[in-house]
Design a protein around this ligand. Structure first.
Ligand code: HSE
Length: 424
């Protein structure tokens, strides 16, 4: 095989001189891309595309918002008018990598209506509009691929879709937000303050433009929504799902964990129990020796537990320009062999269009709850307190709490409680 990188034209071509065995991709298709967004992930994609040794793809146009920004490639690639891409009739794929979820939805749905395949990494847009996007895929017989939207570089969606397609999965859970994990890691390892650690996550390009989405657990929630679709065939609206984040974490909490050989990780969990699913995002004390304990910095990990395969963990970089760019590249590459998600579980798990599995919010969790004002505990339905500690600087309880009552502090930026799940 001879590889001819053409960096200056942002086209990479690879030619196979020897015939490939039957069934292998011959890469004779030149893919034409229209790209929306040239931020952290867009530039990452551009670079990984230019270093790809097998994918023959050309970026025809890149639509961006900011006219004043200096960019590292020739200005002739750029347009500020989305119609320059959406009205083009020679494109194979629209790649959507912008920040604004509402605008992204308009772009993605218009491209699909025009019969163009779409690759996106926009978890918020996908999770908030999934039913519509699912219908558009069927109606217009187009592919919508989004491996980069959950777990960064970890190939979890296609694995759930293909490898675990017949497996009876019990749960999927993991660390799905690189920024939150980066923050708690820097606080523990480098004694860095929360504010400095958040700034570091932003400087590295890991955080969302609004970092409340990261530290408040919303980003993890959008991602677990997508994994729940591919693991269990259940579409949930993000606002049905509880998310509390690490935005209130302090050194006292990290010390509490350390003394007990644990670490604080923001964990998104989806479990199937009978004909129900339990789905939530909460900080958790993870035990030394368990798979998630050593997932640090911007790394993510997803644990999948099946009836026959038992527990398996996939880990990798969960945020950043190149890791996410590589997942997007893999989707573009999958389109060269006409790959589409089959959504077998989704079709199987519905009867007359209605989901067979119900979302269960009626259960209890054992939680560590640190508080400044004990009155705040009244917001939660506590069934029993197993431990209580009061001092001048630190107050907490370890208590059993009705899960439903945690919605009383959900989405409340002023909430002063720090809630963390105690392992069984
Ligand atoms: N803000 C996200 C994170 C980016 O920190 O994980 C990757 O989805």
């Amino acid at each position: 095989m001879e590889i001819r990188p053409c960096r200056e034209t942002n086209i990479v071509q690879a030619y196979f001189h020897t015939p490939l065995p039957n069934g292998l991709l011959t890469m004779d298709k030149q893919i034409k891309l229209g790209l929306f967004g040239f931020g952290c992930v867009g530039q990452g994609l551009y670079d990984v595309l230019n270093h790809s040794q097998v994918l023959e793809a050309s970026v025809e146009k890149i639509c961006v918002k900011d006219r004043s920004k200096k960019r590292k490639i020739d200005s002739s690639y750029f347009t500020f008018d989305k119609a320059d891409i959406l009205s083009r009739d020679n494109l194979d794929v629209v790649v959507e990598l912008i920040d604004d979820a509402d605008e992204a939805f308009k772009i993605v749905s218009e491209a699909m209506r025009n019969g163009v395949n779409v690759v996106t990494a926009n978890k918020k847009m996908l999770a908030e509009n999934f039913e519509t996007l699912y219908a558009l895929q069927k109606e217009h017989n187009v592919a919508l691929l989004y491996e980069g939207s959950a777990g960064g570089s970890i190939p979890i969606i296609r694995n759930l879709e293909e490898y675990y397609d017949n497996e009876l999965l019990d749960h999927v859970e993991g660390i799905l937000n690189g920024s939150s994990n980066y923050i708690t890691t820097l606080m523990e390892f480098d004694k860095m303050s929360y504010a400095d650690a958040l700034q570091a996550a932003q400087d590295k390009g890991f955080a969302e433009s609004d970092p409340w989405l990261d530290v408040g657990g919303f980003d993890s929630k959008f991602k677990i929504c997508l994994l729940t679709i591919h693991a269990f065939g259940v579409i949930l609206k993000p606002d049905q799902i509880l998310n509390l984040g690490i935005n209130n974490v302090t050194f006292d909490d990290i010390q509490f964990a350390k003394q007990r050989n644990k670490r604080i990780k923001l964990v998104a969990k989806a479990s199937k129990i009978g004909d129900t699913v339990q789905v939530y995002v909460l900080p958790r004390f993870v035990d030394q020796g368990t798979a998630l304990y050593n997932i640090n910095y911007e790394y993510n990990a997803v644990e999948v537990e099946g009836a026959y395969s038992d527990r398996q963990t996939l880990a990798g970089k969960g945020a950043g320009s190149y890791p996410t760019g590589s997942a997007v590249l893999s989707d573009i590459s999958a389109l060269t062999y006409d790959y589409k998600y089959a959504y077998k579980k989704l079709d199987k798990s519905r009867s007359n269009g209605r989901p067979k599995l119900k979302l269960d919010k009626d259960f209890e969790l054992k939680l560590y709850i640190r508080f400044n004002n004990r009155e705040d505990l009244k917001k939660l339905d506590i069934t029993s307190i197993e431990e209580e500690y009061r001092s001048a600087n630190l107050n907490y309880v370890v208590a059993n709490v009705k899960f439903n009552s945690l919605f009383n502090v959900y989405n409340d930026r002023a909430n002063e409680l720090f809630v963390c799940v105690m392992p069984d």
